[in-house]
Design a binder for this molecule. Structure first.
Ligand SMILES: NC(=O)c1ccc[n+]([C@@H]2O[C@H](COP(=O)([O-])OP(=O)(O)OC[C@H]3O[C@@H](n4cnc5c(N)ncnc54)[C@H](O)[C@@H]3O)[C@@H](O)[C@H]2O)c1
Length: 259
């Protein structure tokens, strides 16, 4: 089987200090890329990983984004890959959802994606296809009470993938997204740590389980490799089939032996 070789590539990963982001950083590094992770919390990387460089940045500050990108490219040269995996989630009923929470979510999840791309596009390597991948969410397509800003920001991210792809195709840059379903991280532990809730949720997923961070690495490597050089403006749902099925039509007993 042909394997993905990203040696010689420079990848910048926002949210690389997070659980999914770090798995993506490791996947890119394993494929040979030089990886720079941007995060407000770099503890996971500073704990001794010599394959991934950590840069502490508050992505809700567009000035910090621009200067971090300038410094990284001055030091490491032209970029090949941008992954935006940073994200926050604030849940609250409509009546209590305040403007500060709305802005905080939009700044990290959506606004920073655009300003990261804006800062990095002039630094993409000439002569090869550049890759931008935004980590969205299936919540861009489904309703979740309380997650008003989060779902709207992810919907905006999907729209931004399509829109940037149209303009940046002329610069030889592909722009795509990955929309994970529920993934076992701290962000969703209230769901998957509760056995009853988790089983009820997994009963709505054709593959019969929630995702691990590792489930998103393969799709990312594909979207960052030359195997996808003619793929742009697309969102890959990495959700075990959840967004493809009407949940009450799943016969999990037949497929997985679950009650
Ligand atoms: N966990 C899930 O079920 C799930 C499902 C769909 C999509 N996602 C998306 O995947 C991505 C990663 O999520 P995760 O579950 O690994 O969560 P996580 O909290 O482990 O990772 C998010 C990272 O973003 C960083 N971050 C937050 N605010 C920042 C800021 N102002 N500046 C710089 N960095 C900041 C955090 O420090 C953290 O490292 C997010 O975009 C999330 O929306 C997660």
């Amino acid at each position: 089987m042909k394997t993905i070789d990203l040696s010689g590539k420079l990848a910048i990963v926002s949210g690389g200090g997070g659980e999914i982001g770090y798995a993506l950083c490791l996947g890119l590094a394993d494929a040979g890329a030089k990886v720079v992770a941007l995060d407000i919390n770099t503890d996971r990387i500073d704990g001794g990983n010599d394959r991934i460089l950590a840069v502490r940045v508050d992505l809700s500050d567009t000035g910090e984004i621009a200067s971090a990108v300038e410094i990284i490219c001055a030091e490491h040269g032209e970029a090949d890959i941008l992954v935006h995996a940073a994200g926050i989630n604030i849940a609250s009923p409509v009546a209590d959802f305040d403007e500060q929470a709305w802005d905080a979510v939009f700044n990290v999840n959506l606004k920073s994606a655009f300003f990261l791309a804006k800062a990095l596009v002039p630094h993409f390597r000439d002569g090869s296809i550049g890759k931008i991948v935004f980590i969205s969410s299936i919540s861009a397509q489904l309703g979740y009470p309380g997650l008003h800003a989060y779902t709207a920001s992810k919907g905006g991210l999907d729209a931004l993938v399509r829109n940037l792809s149209t303009e940046l195709a002329a610069d030889g840059i592909c722009v795509n997204g990955i929309a994970p379903g529920t993934t076992k991280t701290g962000m969703t532990k209230a769901l998957w740590e509760d056995e009853q809730k988790c089983r009820a949720h997994e009963a709505t997923i054709p593959m019969g389980r929630v995702a691990d961070c590792q489930d998103h690495v393969g799709p990312l490597l594909f979207l960052c490799s030359e195997m996808s050089d003619y793929v742009t403006g697309q969102i890959i749902c990495c959700d075990g089939g959840l967004t493809s099925v009407q949940a009450d039509f799943i016969d999990l007993k037949l497929r997985h032996g679950n009650e």
